[in-house]
Write a protein that binds this ligand. Structure first.
Ligand code: PLP
Length: 488
């Protein structure tokens, strides 16, 4: 009877509590079992039409109960994931996740904290992992940081801080008027989140200048300088250069140290988009490749890519922490601090560092991953994946039916099947068919890309489960399918 007057959403009897416990344990077992059997399962499989149809149902009015809801989710949703946990998932730039990370995520979900700030464990753990990242990335004390949902948001927020600085804070008070003529520069391979940011921040797409690249896919420094000079002469306002560590298409590494020098000469903000590669700096062996990144004004990188943290998690570091806070802080009576308690004066308030107030806990899964596995084992994956991309390049070079279309990037290789006497149009179609067949048969997932307007198979090895033999099998399959499709 009591429930009628005081409804709540918890189990309503001892029996229901036991049912919840048993269901949760079964779910855990299932997830562990799935991981144990990843290699034997399809990398990806399409969701059949009848499953989509079954999912397309009215929301339950009465509630179907935990057992029934879980059974449906397990049947209709769980088998049709994007596949990035699998050892042969190499599409786009995705991480495979780890079990400690999953446990951290589950624990955080159980805690259900709103990490806006204040005196609570999730705030302190986020500060702790940010401190690890600050040190690992070689940033000075006074750097601020924030976990966000991914590299796109980290890039956009970094750009917002740069805009705040460039307009002397007027972008905050006067809005778009203060941004007229602002220009941000990056190579033609710059990730589209920079353009999204420019559009959102009142610069418009025309505020982004994409600069040609050299043969290695790095920004052409002379062309960059010429573009900045030309814009200055035209009365425009260059304010920021974005360097990529590394580029999403081919994995090229922009000359970060030179970019820092150039931005210093012109008094520009230097932002590094390290969404894919920056974590490589945690490996002593790879660190020299990132020279200059530690000098950036702001650095964006992802944890859910190479860091193998379960989705989602990205990070922004800003060298001038005060400027970062100034950019976003807006006073509000309902967010005041007190002499003690949960929001005591001096507590760290993450909401002052981005447009977001409510934030989930992204730090615990990172903390769990790093503390469980250790920085050395974590970093060994970055070294392994870099070596694997090089090895794949060697396999491609040694195979007369294949050709690479770009130099091996940090952990990325772009190649294609080639058949003698086949024109580019035919080869485009054949390679697209190869890619689709490999996805649809569940063998592997690569993603499509075009270099010099030629379709290619793009492999990004940001996967701790990939082995050497997976790459050997890939080369063999591509050749087999290509030969079958072309008869050569
Ligand atoms: C270079 C680069 N920057 C930014 C992003 C965006 O990251 P996210 O997907 O985490 O938003 C990506 C995504 O692949 C990327 O490759």
């Amino acid at each position: 009877m009591r429930d009628e007057f005081e409804p709540h959403l918890d189990p309503r009897s001892e029996e229901e509590w036991n049912e919840a416990r048993a269901a949760a344990h079964r779910l855990v077992d299932r997830v562990i079992d799935e991981h144990r059997a990843l290699r034997e399962s399809e990398c990806w499989k399409p969701m059949p039409a009848e499953v989509k149809k079954a999912l397309n149902a009215e929301a339950s009015q009465e509630g179907m109960g935990l057992e029934a809801a879980l059974a449906k989710a397990q049947q209709l949703i769980q088998p049709y994931t994007s596949g990035n946990r699998h050892p042969r998932f190499w599409g786009w730039v995705k991480g495979a996740g780890t079990l400690p990370g999953i446990l951290g995520q589950w624990m955080a979900t159980g805690m259900n904290a709103n990490v806006f700030g204040g005196n609570q464990g999730p705030v302190f753990v986020e500060q702790q992992v940010l401190e690890w990242f600050r040190q690992g990335m070689g940033f000075p004390e006074g750097t601020s940081g924030l976990l966000v949902d991914g590299g796109s948001m980290a890039n956009i927020l970094g750009l917002a801080v740069a805009r705040h600085k460039a307009t002397g804070g007027r972008s905050k008070t006067e809005g778009a008027e203060a941004c007229v003529g602002l220009r941000v520069y990056g190579s033609e391979a710059t990730h589209n989140s920079i353009q999204k940011g420019a559009e959102l921040l009142g610069l418009g797409a025309k505020g982004v200048r994409l600069i040609p690249m050299d043969t290695q896919g790095r920004v052409d420094l002379a062309a960059l300088e010429a573009a900045i000079q030309a814009d200055l002469q035209a009365g425009l306002r260059p304010f920021c250069v974005v360097g990529s560590a590394c580029t999403v298409g081919t994995g090229a590494m922009d000359p970060l140290l030179e970019l820092r020098k150039l931005t210093d000469r012109f008094g520009l903000w230097f932002h590094v988009d390290g969404a894919i590669g920056a974590l490589g700096r945690f490996s002593a062996k790879l660190r020299p490749r990132f020279e200059g990144m530690e000098l950036a004004d702001s650095l964006a990188f992802d944890l859910h890519k190479w860091g193998q943290i379960p989705y989602d998690a990205g990070c922004l570091l800003v060298r001038d922490g005060n400027l970062h806070r100034e950019t976003f802080q807006v006073g509000a009576k309902y967010l005041g601090t007190m002499d003690g308690g949960f929001v005591a004066h001096g507590c760290h308030m993450f909401h002052a560092y981005s447009p977001l107030l409510s934030r989930g806990d992204r730090a615990l899964k990172i903390w769990m991953t790093i503390q469980t596995l250790g920085l050395d084992r974590w970093a060994s994956i970055f070294e392994k994946n870099v070596a694997q991309a090089v090895y794949l390049g060697e396999l491609v070079d040694a195979q007369p039916r294949l050709e690479r279309l770009a130099p091996t990037g940090l952990n990325i290789l772009c190649f294609r099947f080639k058949g003698s006497g086949l024109g580019d149009a035919k080869l485009d179609a054949v390679n697209e068919k190869i890619l689709v067949e490999l996805q649809e048969t569940g063998f592997c997932v690569m993603s499509p890309f075009r270099i010099h307007d030629r379709f290619c198979l793009r492999v990004c090895v940001s996967n701790h489960r990939t082995t050497r033999s997976d790459l050997e099998a890939l080369v063999q399959r591509v050749v087999e399918i290509g030969q079958r499709l072309t008869g050569v």
